[in-house]
Design a protein around this ligand. Sequence first.
Ligand SMILES: Nc1ncnc2c1ncn2[C@@H]1O[C@H](COP(=O)(O)OP(=O)(O)OP(=O)(O)O)[C@@H](O)[C@H]1O
Ligand SMILES: [Mg+2]
Length: 398
Amino acid sequence: MSPNSSISDLGRSAIFEDEGKLDVNYVPPTLPHRESQYGSLLQTFRGMIDTPGKVGPKAILVGSVGTGKTALSQRFGMDLEASAKERGGLKLRYIHLNCHLLRGSLSFILSEILSRFFPTFPRRGLSSEELLQTLMKVLDEEDSYLLLSLDDAEALIQREGPRSLYILSRVHEGRLNKPLRLGLILILREAWVLSTIDKATLSTLQRNIIRLPPYGRDELFDIIRYRASIALRMGAISDEALSLIADLCAHEGDARFAIEILLRAGKYAERYGAHSILPEHVREAHGSLGYPPSLIDYLRSLGLHEKILLLALARELLANPEKAYVTMGDVERAYALACEEKGEAPRSHTQLWKYLGTLSAIGLVSTRISGEGQRGKTTFIGMPYPADSMEKAILEYL
Ligand SMILES: Nc1ncnc2c1ncn2[C@@H]1O[C@H](COP(=O)(O)OP(=O)(O)OP(=O)(O)O)[C@@H](O)[C@H]1O
Ligand SMILES: [Mg+2]
């Protein structure tokens, strides 16, 4: 806060109009650049309000981190619930559950749903099949319909196997002449999980796979400009600062990271008493965030020598602060040193290129080829995150 500000200014932010609108759990009224996926959901599920009881639609949302899967499902579910209400009180509920938080257990998931209908519903004692039958009975009795969204569904498949999906997707079979009451959205981060599911289950699910590709740079720009417009005071951020956020996040295409940077840059601007968010605040925010939290999961999953290679790259970048990229030769030297430090025998040149391929596929390193078309083209290697925090994070997991 500037020394000139008066006591009446206390508590009133020069930057934020409504900070809550940048909260991770806030679901915005619209989702720019997800219009076609929203349209697909509408096409798939509109039968639930147009001809209730006649359809039990299912869809799978697939996309990597921060591509808007959770937000899209919630926006759509809330909208569908609202339009059901408008149609003369059709009882349709949208319930969004995170399978990971419910430890991937089908019976925890079903108990949780039942407890939304009856807060005192006993949480133990019944099998998944019995719980599912109970749920259908409750829906019948209340003449209600349920759109269930299972987020992070990998957790469910991992713990219970594909049979859990089979049970859910075939719930209406064996309920002859009764209304279809359940619509299902499965949210997955990786499409390959689908290949672990058996044909019979897949055939009931696969018709509606809705993909959310990583956002491009310009899409991220639109998204954060929109979020800024509802969360910040007018003029509190320039297009230049927004543009920088989009550049910094373009590699990942992760809207969550972009919004986190926006929020944090706003905090820095506030702290320094600025009237608007400047590029320097953005850089500082980006540096302080370091890497999206989910990357820690990736780090954990890396092999020892992949970690050492990444450590070597981080150190090489730190040793050359003016450079955005270094050569494989540079990295290999730093890698040999790091191996010595850890008492490990260095892997071969060929093997290191393979590791690099993996790291680059995950997005932990970025590569650039120079002198293409010339003889002796060189691969340059960099990383989209501050080398400093990367080094610290790796050392933690080594
Ligand atoms: N098109 C969009 N417009 C506005 N905000 C968006 C858009 N897409 C995503 N967001 C916002 O970005 C953040 C991340 O989105 P969301 O949580 O839906 O991603 P996700 O795909 O579920 O990621 P994860 O795989 O990590 O769970 C949220 O705050 C969300 O509101
Ligand atoms: Mg999500």
